[in-house]
Write a protein that binds this ligand. Structure first.
Ligand code: C2E
Ligand code: CA
Ligand code: CA
Length: 294
């Protein structure tokens, strides 16, 4: 039974021999799934926000990416450790709903206090997009939070496209009609077919951290990154580089014409209170500059 469970987990048509350590792993997963279901009931989640900065002279904030954390009795658990399980178990549907609604509510609150011209980016799993109620959920959240739709951005990945390209394009078109921004996340790591890119109704490419990390490496890596940025611009897409950690990377991205950057160098993902502090400081800075103090 354990081997069969493991084989099914790998997908269809798989063979798996039994190993002693498998049982433990499966039991651990079952336990985690139980805890996650409880966490959904008790809403044990937090949202962090990571700002995305413009690379032009304005240094303005383009928007914030909402990133979920699970505040469990064992401490804060990273999404990497529970999102895949949430996707497999279907719990991503209520979790994703909570993320979308909460991100919009918190963003609206920020807008009410600070003079913001920015976006809120929400990660959407392929499982959520396949859910029949997805578009209705989006409409409900927009209405309930009175969000201007063009301030909401969905970060999607290519996995969805590979499974059902036609349906995905249709769905994305429907979302675009609502006015929502679409950004293709982790660009360069998956399929990244030029053919898909051309037919996709998207606005932005997020270049994966792996390419940004390569900036310090050989010249050809730098050229590749530069070419990706130029290609995106030819397709009328804007570009965000993610995982920017060093000044060298930032300078290179600026010089290559990348539009926006996100990463630890500029700001880590932060709780709402820290984002408010950041915005308050920036506001104070602009005021002083206007008065000629700074
Ligand atoms: P992602 O969408 O690619 O998000 C970027 C991840 O990189 C985040 O990890 C962020 O904290 C991290 N990061 C940002 N800047 C840097 C940097 O300079 N250096 C390094 N080393 N890392 C950086 P996080 O928050 O742990 O999220 C991991 C993944 O979990 C996300 O990857 C996304 O796929 C998923 N995820 C997070 N929140 C949600 C959510 O609300 N819904 C869904 N479906 N998935 C989510
Ligand atoms: Ca993302
Ligand atoms: Ca990413």
């Amino acid at each position: 039974d354990t081997a069969m469970f493991k084989a099914k987990e790998k997908g269809r048509n798989n063979i798996q021999f039994y190993r002693g350590d498998m049982k433990e792993e499966i039991l651990r997963k079952i336990e985690l799934e139980k805890q996650l279901a409880e966490a959904v009931k008790n809403v044990e989640f937090l949202l962090y926000f990571q700002p995305q900065f413009s690379l032009d002279d304005s240094n303005s904030i383009r928007g914030f990416e909402a990133l979920i954390r699970w505040k469990s009795s064992r401490g804060i658990i990273s999404p990497m450790d529970f999102i895949p399980l949430a996707e497999k178990s279907g719990l991503i549907i209520p979790i994703g709903k909570w993320v979308m609604l909460t991100a919009c509510q918190m963003f609206q609150e920020l807008c009410a206090h600070y003079d913001l011209d920015a976006l809120i980016s929400v990660n959407i799993s392929a499982v959520q997009m396949r859910d029949k109620g997805f578009v209705q959920l989006v409409k409900d959240v927009l209405r309930e939070t009175q969000m201007e739709p063009y301030r909401l951005e969905f970060e999607i990945t290519e996995s969805m496209l590979i499974e059902s390209p036609k349906e995905t394009v249709e769905l994305l078109k429907e979302l675009k009609t609502l006015g929502i921004h679409i950004s293709l996340d982790d660009f360069g790591t998956g399929y990244s077919s030029l053919n898909y890119l051309k037919m996709l109704p998207i606005d932005t490419l997020k270049i994966d951290k792996a390419f940004v990390d390569d900036i310090a490496a050989e010249a050809y890596s730098k050229n590749l990154l530069g070419d990706m940025i130029h290609m995106a611009h030819h397709l009328n897409l804007s570009v965000i580089a993610e995982g920017v950690e060093t000044e060298e990377q930032l300078e290179f991205l600026k010089a290559t014409g990348c539009d926006y950057a996100q990463g630890y160098l500029l700001s880590r993902p932060k709780e709402m209170s820290s984002i408010q502090e950041l915005l308050a400081k920036r506001k104070e800075g602009t005021k002083q500059a206007e008065q000629g103090i700074a």
